[in-house]
Write a protein that binds this ligand. Structure first.
Ligand code: MDE
Ligand code: FAD
Ligand code: SF4
Length: 671
């Protein structure tokens, strides 16, 4: 049981049913009025799942505040109607919901952007216009008007987005605010903007309306706010009338990871704890809290009064109800991969979730009882096979799942061994539970053959047999020093101190991390991890940065790719930079545009920039891509079996469990 997590929180004029705040996430459904039925269904499912208080994705208070052209805005009476769909749906499920007001400032991907000063951000192409003094006043009015309209739309409150490096944050630091009027110059002047927003909002909305202020407590950039100023601001925000203070960690341009999977669980709750006692209103802590035991411990330790979880509620809308029912093993855990959520948002696509393809598609991807029961064989218990088998069984089909391995999981059993990808084992725990719950018949340690499948009386066979590593076509490819990533990650081969990795895709990067980091990895230990990345837990420096002290690698590693250019350029948008920085810290040599000549006793012979050279390595590890494993396909088709391909067996694209689970679920939902 989780007594602290499940305790109600009395806010005076209203009571939250528990301590779970669903943090703001842009889903891509906020921008067009025609998407609000989908958005309402998305939130309603989370309200039904027991969340204490929901916060919407960021809604702009005016056109200048748009993150991108035509972002969702709340500035005119005609914007209210679409939001009523959301608030009604949430209230009908017994939930409460606040609208987040987000002004992007210089982070806007649009030409009308404004900021306290004309200073471009390093991660956006547009230079903002500096607001005039009247412009500042008009911006405050826009926040207030937006909050009033949110109240008209039936929201229980608003969240004022004061962190992550957006407009309000830009006012607060000398880094981005070089004004000399009453909105800049001194710390007191720089704080005036958010304090006035909260004060005037409270005046306008009355007493019985929640105002959450998201306070940037750890900027993780240079020339940022000192801790003392952050405390002063927190107190002033309370005095100005905020109901709750939420924690913001890191600006988007920070080069310290804050939410990716290699960040330890609960890595930043110590930051919120520093604010405890400084203010009297409830404090919310955030970042990498994904399971009830972590949340309960943080609350029991007194680090905060509530926990914010965003992605974990994309992954499992029933998270709170499952915790309440004492069934944590049934939770579909967010593995913090960012692949279907934040990556999509930065690519201007609708968000979803790698482990839950229904997220943000609640009205379109529905799992309903099958019209007629079928007997289905699923071959392969990797992510695709697991998703297909459990969805089919949930719908009432009779499902037999084969895998030649003795455990479920396929390639996820390798992924979970990569330092910083420990979370991937949670997906296998979840699916293990689902297999039992849905009654799939599992035949592990069983090689599925054409005969067994064709003669087994199955109506349909789903091949989720995954991939085969692409063989290396090079003189010396059969030299004993050549290993496949399979040998290395399954622990079947000893690896020497000098290594060349051929292929710098996702698996090449993972293998390099596996070979350069000690186990258990710093991702399992907050103190080691903060040292590794240079986060100052004493907060002596403004921004909380100190020189990084990465643990040294025992190995000398070359990570090579044939394609010209920077290795790792094609890794995922919001996590690729973390992998590149990790390997740089480990002094891994990353080279693009490499010609491979041969492998012999001397090592790997390569040509780089037209110059032949030999890398004197003990091992060459091949990560040169994968091909679909369709060994059974042709023979089954020839025998007239209804065969379907999913996952890597359908299309091999290295790190693509997102597509594997999505396609498998969709196939199973329709069969
Ligand atoms: P990149 O290749 O890493 O960077 C491009 C170049 O810029 C340089 N760079 C910097 N130089 C100096 N100082 C810096 N601080 C700095 N930062 C970057 C890089 O070195 C690089 O130069 P090069 O090496 O090529 O010479 O990547 P990118 O520009 O393609 O994208 C970077 C990202 C925006 C993806 C990024 O940095 C991001 O991953 N940061 C972390 C974000 C994060 O995890 N935030 C925490 C929580 S997420 C959240 O709160 C909500 C996010 C949702 C959306 S929408 C919100 C609506 O509700 C946020 C939209 C933000 C718009 C900026
Ligand atoms: P697989 O996981 O390959 O499973 C296929 C299964 O079929 C295997 O268990 C195999 O034993 C079984 N099988 C094959 N033939 C037969 C037969 N005849 N009879 C019985 N059983 C059979 N993806 C991401 O999206 N994000 C990541 O961060 C990520 N990291 C990764 C890190 C590593 C180191 C690796 C190796 C992969 C990673 N991936 C990642 C890729 C991801 O694991 C794959 O996309 C995913 O596993 C594909 O799922 P699948 O079900 O199609 O196949
Ligand atoms: Fe979590 Fe990955 Fe799903 Fe995003 S896509 S919610 S990070 S599991």
């Amino acid at each position: 049981s989780y007594p602290h997590l499940l305790a109600p929180l009395d806010l005076g004029f209203t009571t939250l049913r528990n301590r779970v705040l669903m943090g703001s996430m842009h889903t891509g459904l906020e921008d067009k009025a025609s998407d609000y039925d989908k958005l309402a269904a998305f939130f309603a499912e989370r309200a039904r799942g027991g969340v204490g208080l929901i916060v919407t994705g960021g809604i702009a208070p005016n056109l200048q505040g748009w993150l991108k052209p035509l972002s969702g805005t709340m500035s005119m009476p005609w914007h209210v109607g679409r939001h009523r769909k959301v608030t009604r749906a949430v209230h009908a499920e017994g939930g409460k919901i606040c609208m987040q007001i987000l002004h992007a400032g210089r982070y806007a991907y649009q030409p009308f952007s404004v900021a306290p000063s004309k200073i471009k951000s390093p991660i956006t192409p547009f230079t903002p216009r500096a607001l005039s003094s009247r412009g500042v006043e008009r911006s405050i009015d826009a926040f207030v008007r937006s909050a009033k309209l949110a109240r008209d739309a039936g929201y229980d409150g608003v969240e004022v987005m004061g962190s992550e490096g957006y407009l309000i944050n830009q006012f607060l630091t000398e880094r981005t605010n070089t004004r000399t009027d009453r909105w800049g110059g001194s710390a007191e002047n720089r704080m005036r903007f958010p304090i006035e927003i909260v004060r005037r909002t409270r005046e306008a909305v009355g007493k019985d309306f929640i105002i959450i202020y998201r306070l940037s407590m750890l900027d993780l950039v240079d020339n940022a706010q000192p801790w003392g100023d952050i405390v002063t601001l927190g107190k002033a925000i309370e005095a100005a009338g905020a109901t709750i203070i939420n924690t913001g960690i890191g600006w988007h341009e920070a080069r310290i990871p804050t939410i990716v999977t290699s960040v330890p669980r609960g890595a930043f709750s110590w930051v919120t704890r520093r604010m405890k006692g400084e203010v009297g209103i409830p404090l919310v802590t955030t970042n990498r809290i994904n399971m009830p035991d972590v949340a309960e411990r943080i609350l029991a330790d007194g680090d905060a009064d509530m926990v914010s979880m965003a992605r974990p509620l994309l992954a499992d809308p029933e998270w709170v109800n499952k915790a309440k029912a004492g069934r944590p093993a049934a939770i579909n855990t967010c593995i913090a991969c960012n692949q279907a959520c934040l990556d999509h948002v930065f690519e201007n696509r609708r968000a979803s979730c790698l482990v839950n393809p229904r997220a943000c598609h609640e009205t379109e991807l529905t799992i309903t009882p099958a019209a007629a029961m079928k007997r289905v064989a699923v071959v392969g218990a990797g992510p695709a096979g697991l998703a297909a088998a459990t969805t089919l069984a949930e719908r009432g089909h009779s499902v037999t799942l084969f895998d030649r391995a003795s455990e479920i999981g396929g390639q996820f059993n390798m992924a979970k061994r990569i330092p910083g990808k420990e979370e991937f084992s949670e997906t296998l725990r979840y699916f293990g539970h689902r297999l039992d719950e849905t009654g799939v018949e599992c035949r592990l340690g069983t090689d599925a053959t054409t005969d067994a499948l064709a003669d087994g009386g199955f109506d349909t066979v789903i091949l989720a047999t995954g991939v085969l590593p692409r063989p290396l076509d090079l003189p010396g490819a059969d030299h004993p020093k050549v290993l496949s990533y399979l040998d290395v990650l399954h622990g079947n081969a000893a690896v020497g101190p000098r290594v060349a990795i051929i292929g710098a895709g996702g698996i090449g990067f993972d293998v390099a991390e596996f070979l350069s980091e000690a186990a258990p990895s710093p991702s399992t230990d907050i103190a080691r991890w903060t040292k590794e990345w240079g986060v100052d837990m004493t907060m002596a420096t403004p921004g909380g940065l100190m020189p990084a002290q990465p643990e040294k690698s025992e190995r000398q590693i070359w990570l090579l790719q044939r394609t010209a250019g920077r290795p790792g350029a094609r890794l995922n948008k919001t996590s690729g930079w973390v992998h590149r920085a990790t390997l740089k810290n480990k002094k891994v040599t990353m080279v693009g545009g490499v010609g491979y000549d041969r492998i012999d006793d001397d090592g790997l012979h390569v040509t780089i920039d037209g110059k032949a050279q030999v890398l004197a390595v003990d091992n060459v590890i091949v990560c040169a891509g994968q091909e679909p494993n369709r060994q059974l396909h042709e023979a089954l088709v020839a025998r007239g079996v209804d065969v379907r391909l999913v996952g890597g067996a359908d299309a091999a694209a290295e790190l693509d469990a997102k597509r594997a689970i999505d396609k498998a679920t969709r196939l199973a939902a329709a069969l």
